[in-house]
Design a protein around this ligand. Structure first.
Ligand SMILES: [Zn+2]
Length: 311
């Protein structure tokens, strides 16, 4: 019979004491604990931009990307009479950043220190010397790797780099590196999508102008696209079947190849989506590659004593 009142009493006593304890614990620890949890738990949405990450978020980004980092490579050069100097830089960053959002990778900031000697006669061109291009790129990838980017995917946005980048990748075999350089050098699908209206389309033409309509439509001055000729002028005859660096200036002296007035938003959307998807596939392939670094290490070891190499 005493049970009930005692229980009631106990309950009535326990309730306030429990709440009191709860309040004391809350006031003493809840707030700092909550803040501490906020500070150490990585934000679920981690920026893909290297320069936007805090130092500790950068560590998390390298972990999340499995050491895969993108180096979108642009240039500053004339793009016909109607597109901005940074067209290649703006486009390649648009594609790389959107790809990294889908397949997480840390994306290096603006980089535009490539091969563009052939446009030095046009305003706004930044043409760094040959030695500096290679030295800067090497130090950049070395520093990226020192910060955990053991797989560096250079996404090329500029046609004039198409000899520089494979050469750079090949010269990674000159001495040991603890990382792998990959180059992705596609920008335009060979087929599919809306039918194209022009045949010559190498620089600031239908494709490039269309893609710019997606990445930065505010910078496209399509009304000016016909104010210069983007035709192949083949002004003088130079030997065929041999390569010479002046060929581009001979054929396209206005630094314009194609016709930007033929560009459309639809073509740009198709090509940009293709580009983004292609970079996503490349990131996945690079993440899944556990062969290249092993082979590199084997190669470096053997190249230290070539006379011992078995045939
Ligand atoms: Zn371009």
């Amino acid at each position: 019979m005493m049970t009930t009142p005692r229980t009631t009493l106990t309950r009535s006593l326990r309730k306030p004491s429990f709440f009191l304890a709860f309040l004391i614990v809350c006031s003493a620890f809840w707030s700092p604990c909550f803040l501490r949890a906020q500070a150490t738990t990585p934000s679920p949405k981690l920026s893909v931009h290297w320069e936007e990450l805090t130092a500790s978020d950068f560590r998390e980004g390298i972990h999340r990307s499995q050491g895969t980092c993108l180096l979108p490579f642009g240039i500053l050069e004339k793009h016909g009479p109607h597109l901005p100097l940074g067209t290649d830089l703006l486009d390649v960053r648009y594609a790389a950043l959107h790809a990294a959002e889908q397949e997480y990778a840390v994306v290096f900031p603006e980089y535009y220190f490539g091969q563009i000697a052939e446009a030095r006669h046009e305003p706004g061109t930044m043409a760094y010397s040959r030695n500096l291009q290679l030295a800067l790129l090497q130090e950049t990838t070395d520093e990226m790797a020192r910060n955990g980017c053991k797989k560096i995917l250079i996404v090329n946005g500029h046609g004039g780099n198409d000899s520089l980048l494979p050469f750079f990748a090949q010269t990674q075999l000159d001495k040991p590196h603890d990382y792998v350089v990959y180059v992705f050098d596609e920008r335009t699908p060979q087929h599919g999508g809306p039918a194209k209206k022009t045949k010559i389309d190498m620089h600031a033409g239908e494709s490039e102008t269309s893609k710019m309509m997606i990445s930065r439509p505010d910078l496209v001055h399509q009304d000016r696209a016909a104010s210069e000729s983007g035709a192949d002028q083949a002004r003088q005859k130079i030997p065929e079947d041999v390569y010479t660096g002046i060929w581009w200036y001979m054929r396209f002296p206005n630094h314009y190849s194609g016709d930007g007035s033929a560009a459309t938003h639809e073509l740009g959307e198709y090509q940009m989506n293709w580009w983004i998807e292609s970079v996503v596939k490349a990131i996945r392939a690079v993440k899944g590659d556990d062969v290249s670094l092993k082979l590199q290490n084997e190669f470096y070891e053997k190249s230290a004593h070539p006379l011992d190499t078995q045939p």
